[in-house]
Write a protein that binds this ligand. Structure first.
Ligand SMILES: C[S@@+](CC[C@H](N)C(=O)[O-])C[C@H]1O[C@@H](n2cnc3c(N)ncnc32)[C@H](O)[C@@H]1O
Ligand code: SF4
Ligand code: SF4
Length: 383
């Protein structure tokens, strides 16, 4: 079933390629409607992670209500959204999470891929909720992807997330998702954020994921106020010196060892490059011209390094997005933030659509593989 689903995914991506090329071209001389959205539906959380501060600012009273969300997503701004991600905080802490997902699936006419990130730490809520969303996507022919966050094996995960028995709880959700995959097609895996605390556990997590047949993506720790509320954590969580070197080697090793056409490979090369070159970004980012981020209180941002450009509870989202002051801010982001930005958000999606940087990446990744004696070009994993 996984292979068929992968084929369907690639087919959909290929079908959108001509429109992607036109979008990318048009976006070079005028603002276009966004095609990618991240919606943080709450910052309330069921964990207290050491590398993220969303749990500290979670406040149910300032979260938009379901009615607000329905009204907000009826704006013309969203008409071209193809990829939507529901995140937080922990989305499953909202009793109406399934209804929020339904609003997005129904209000985004061009949607082709919907994703949810979850801690999986409250299985009796996460399992039925995510199952329902997988069903809704399946009924609508929308690709569904979900990942459970795992930051260590056993006690390391409990320590990072500061949740007693967190690893066992997350595993209950993981097992339920693996069982669900036998009934419904969707992309499932785990997501691991590497920072100074769990860096030494990275290989261990990778080995465990392989043993459990889990697709795994690694995030390199980053610091962003609008998305993670954690700029002050750089002082305690950022790997420096030898640790940073180990982080570099770990990501480069992934490029050398993992299948060349794995979308994540491009992100790992980006991390390794950034560490090696003193944080000069070489990689493209869809948020520069066609991304948007919405926070629980209605604050609208161009990306995780944007200032808030308006509040969708008080003004129409489309009006906020296209007005001159907002577009000036986007130019400022491109000039001031992008050159040193680590964000991988949907980068692998934009990568395959931007031919020149992607071909350059393939050449470099192939060289890295040759150097390491692993010139494997054969397998294409589930996206
Ligand atoms: C902010 S969380 C929200 C969803 C959910 N609460 C969870 O933890 O999966 C989304 C993803 O961001 C990752 N993350 C957390 N802190 C991070 C950081 N400082 N840098 C990069 N990624 C981070 C998490 O591990 C998770 O995979
Ligand atoms: S990473 Fe996820 S679970 Fe952890 S504090 Fe941030 S939002 Fe909450
Ligand atoms: S600042 Fe980062 S996330 Fe924002 S558009 Fe630039 S590269 Fe993308």
């Amino acid at each position: 079933m996984a292979q068929t689903y992968a084929a369907k995914y690639l087919l959909k991506a290929a079908a959108s390629a001509p429109r992607d090329l036109i979008n990318a071209y048009v976006a070079t001389f005028r603002p276009i409607h966004p095609t990618v959205v991240i919606f943080h539906c709450t910052f309330v959380c069921d964990a207290r992670c050491e590398m993220c501060s969303n749990w500290q600012r979670g406040d149910r009273k300032s979260d938009m209500s379901l009615e607000d969300i329905d009204r907000v997503f009826s704006s013309g701004l969203w008409k071209n959204i193809e990829i939507a991600n529901l995140s937080g905080g922990e989305p499953t802490t909202r009793n109406d999470m399934v209804e929020i997902a339904r609003v997005m699936l129904d209000r985004l006419p061009r949607l082709r891929k919907f994703g949810i990130n979850t801690t999986g730490l409250t299985p009796h809520r996460a399992i039925p909720m995510v199952t329902k969303v997988a069903e809704l996507c399946h009924e609508r022919g929308i690709i569904f992807s979900t990942r459970v966050s795992i930051d260590g094996v056993g006690e390391m995960h409990n320590d990072v997330r500061q949740v007693k028995n967190g690893f066992e709880k997350a595993n209950e959700t993981i097992r339920a998702m693996q069982a669900l995959q036998k009934r419904l097609p969707f992309n499932f895996g785990i997501s691991t954020t590497i920072f100074n605390k769990n860096l030494d556990d990275a290989e261990n997590i990778l080995a465990w994921a392989k043993k459990e047949h889990l697709d795994i993506v690694f995030n390199m720790v980053r610091f962003t106020e609008p998305m993670l509320g954690n700029s002050e954590l750089a002082a305690t969580c950022k790997p420096i010196g030898k640790e940073e070197e180990r982080m570099h080697d770990f990501f480069l090793e992934r490029v050398r060892m993992d299948p060349l056409l794995d979308g994540q490979n491009y992100v790992y090369m980006h991390y390794a490059d950034m560490i090696a070159n003193g944080y000069h970004r070489l990689a493209p980012c869809p948020f520069q011209t066609q991304g948007i981020m919405l926070n629980p209180d209605g604050g609208l941002f161009f990306c995780e390094n944007s200032d808030v450009v308006g509040n969708v509870l008080h003004e129409d989202a489309e009006e906020i997005y296209f007005r001159e002051a907002s577009q000036h801010h986007r130019e400022a982001i491109r000039d001031e933030k992008c050159p040193t930005c680590l964000s991988p958000c949907q980068m692998n999606v934009s990568a395959v659509k931007q031919v020149v940087p992607y071909v350059k990446f393939l050449l470099r990744a192939t060289q890295e593989k040759r150097k390491s004696g692993h010139p494997d070009l054969s397998s294409v994993p589930v996206p």
